[in-house]
Write a protein that binds this ligand. Structure first.
Ligand SMILES: *Cc1c(COP(=O)(O)O)cnc(C)c1O
Length: 227
């Protein structure tokens, strides 16, 4: 299991390096987030042993149960929240996570501003954009992005970048390009885009953070797939 995890990690890193090279970028400018949602400590430890330090979870509760113990013996672990966040969990999220990729509405901006003030912590923040304008998808509408960014600034929050999950089953590249353009337009340095099926494309189109689960851990269980 140990060497299997190390092999998968080496392969994903090599793919990122290849994509970066093709785009004349440096591999070290791209942060690989290992998405460990639904996987237990026994599955995560081999990746930590292989040198992986950035991990992504989509639920505050699950992360709070798993990570305090996992990160205790490991300096340098960086935890990313990549799932939707309820405003009433903002304080717990700010205390636990080093980066939050799912800032998507006014009420959450206000809750995060209060949480940062109270805890004295300043996680890296990404505004999630509903880049394909999908009815059921989380994220701020493209048209509402300027107002949400202005509100965050007003509330004393620094937004570091944008995050998106393109629509399923269609070519993601135009959506990655659009997210890159929106980030550029608003002078935001970070772009969180690309998952197991498309992270190399995302790297070629400017991703600074890729969120990879299945390619590192194998498939998630049926219950999680339906979630
Ligand atoms: C689960 C998840 C991922 C990882 O997806 P894989 O296809 O398993 O790589 C990336 N981003 C978000 C927001 C997720 O919820």
């Amino acid at each position: 299991m140990m060497s299997e995890a190390a092999d998968r990690l080496a392969e994903v890193r090599a793919n990122i390096a290849d994509a970066a090279k093709r785009a004349q970028r440096k591999a070290e400018d791209i942060c690989l987030i290992a998405v460990s949602k639904t996987h237990d400590a026994a599955a995560i430890r081999p990746l930590i042993a292989a040198g992986q330090r950035d991990f992504g979870e989509n639920r505050v509760q699950e992360a709070a149960a798993k990570w305090p113990e996992l990160r205790a013996g490991t300096p340098g672990v960086v935890l990313h929240l990549i799932g939707q966040l309820q405003s009433n969990k903002a304080e717990e999220a700010v205390a636990l996570f080093d980066a939050i990729h799912s800032v998507d509405r006014s009420s959450l901006v206000q809750a995060l501003a209060r949480a940062c003030e109270k805890t004295g912590k300043r996680p890296q923040l990404f505004v999630q954009v509903n880049i394909g304008d999908e009815a059921q998808k989380g994220g701020c509408a493209v048209a509402d992005l300027p107002a949400l960014l202005a509100e965050a600034t007003e509330a004393g929050l620094t937004i570091d970048g944008l995050m998106a999950i393109p629509p399923a089953d269609i070519e993601p590249a135009p959506f990655f390009a659009l997210l890159d353009e929106l980030a550029e337009r608003h002078a935001l340095p970070l772009r969180s885009m690309g998952m197991s099926g498309d992270y190399e494309t995302a790297v070629m189109l400017g991703a600074t953070h890729v969120r990879v689960g299945t390619a590192l851990f194998g498939a998630r269980g049926q219950a999680a797939a339906l979630d």
